[in-house]
Design a protein around this ligand. Structure first.
Ligand SMILES: CC(C)(COP(=O)(O)OP(=O)(O)OC[C@H]1O[C@@H](n2cnc3c(N)ncnc32)[C@H](O)[C@@H]1OP(=O)(O)O)[C@@H](O)C(=O)NCCC(=O)NCCS
Length: 225
């Protein structure tokens, strides 16, 4: 699997000959990751219609949306809401240009051949101790084709290249599809936080999965796709 990256010229980029620099604007880094089946690239405002439509899906609202304290989801995103989300991602990419830690950045997931948008993955947090957490979703019509697993592998590899000491996912225990993605992508189940989440007034368990750089590389996650 080849990984191509387009990133502004930075200390890191200059050192790595494999980096494909297509945009030299230091304020607007463009990072593209691909395995030739899926491509991850930053969101653009033109994608707002796709995001709003995809995020109306009940499973995305439940597992990726904002919930109130009783676990009721906020109303579906309008196109304007989606534009605001994308603007925030762009701000976080600009912050990444300075900090080199990718908290809050997100990628649109595309089918590499057709260019069709299929989903999203993004870094929720990068801690002071270099621990990264991320999340993902795939539009309902594009599920069952391996896009999520491939995107998780690409994003995990990129985070390790940036220096993450640990990458983890939290997944509601009844979200079997997402648990399967974590396992296929080589993440290790570490335990369950009982009653950690709430959905529609009902408590639910949340599972932890994590990958450590050396262990993950040794396990060969790519072979599992
Ligand atoms: C969780 C979610 C992203 C999983 O999507 P998915 O399409 O099932 O996952 P993948 O893209 O990895 O596809 C896996 C399926 O494609 C199949 N597949 C085909 N080619 C494949 C390949 N090359 N690699 C991996 N799987 C492949 C797998 O066998 C699997 O099919 P199965 O479900 O019948 O076993 C999706 O269900 C979703 O968006 N849910 C709502 C939001 C959500 O839960 N987000 C995660 C929050 S933690």
């Amino acid at each position: 699997m080849s990984v191509s990256r387009e990133i502004r010229p930075s200390k890191r980029a200059v050192k790595e000959s494999s980096v494909d620099v297509r945009e030299a604007d230091a304020d607007n880094p463009v990072v593209t990751l691909s395995d030739d089946v899926v491509t991850l690239r930053p969101w653009s405002r033109d994608d707002a219609g796709f995001m709003a439509k995809a995020c109306a899906d009940p499973a995305i609202r439940r597992y990726n949306g904002v919930l109130d304290r009783l676990g009721h989801p906020t109303p579906p995103l309008s196109i304007m809401d989606a534009e605001a989300v994308i603007d925030e991602f762009a701000l976080n990419w600009r912050a990444f240009a300075t900090t080199e830690t990718p908290s809050g950045v997100a990628f649109a997931i595309m089918d590499a051949r057709s260019g069709d948008l299929v989903g999203c993955c993004g870094v929720d947090d990068w801690s002071k101790a270099d621990v990264a957490q991320f999340g993902y979703w795939i539009a309902a019509s594009a599920r069952g084709r391996g896009y999520a697993t491939r995107a998780v592998i690409l994003l995990t590899r990129w985070l390790f290249e940036l220096g993450a000491a640990r990458v983890f996912l939290t997944i509601v225990a009844e979200n079997e599809e997402s648990v399967a993605v974590a396992r296929r992508a080589g993440f290790v189940y570490e335990g369950t936080m009982r009653s950690h989440g709430v959905w529609q007034g009902r408590r639910c368990d949340v599972m932890w999965f994590a990958a450590l750089p050396l262990e993950w590389t040794m396990r060969g996650p790519d072979e599992q796709t």
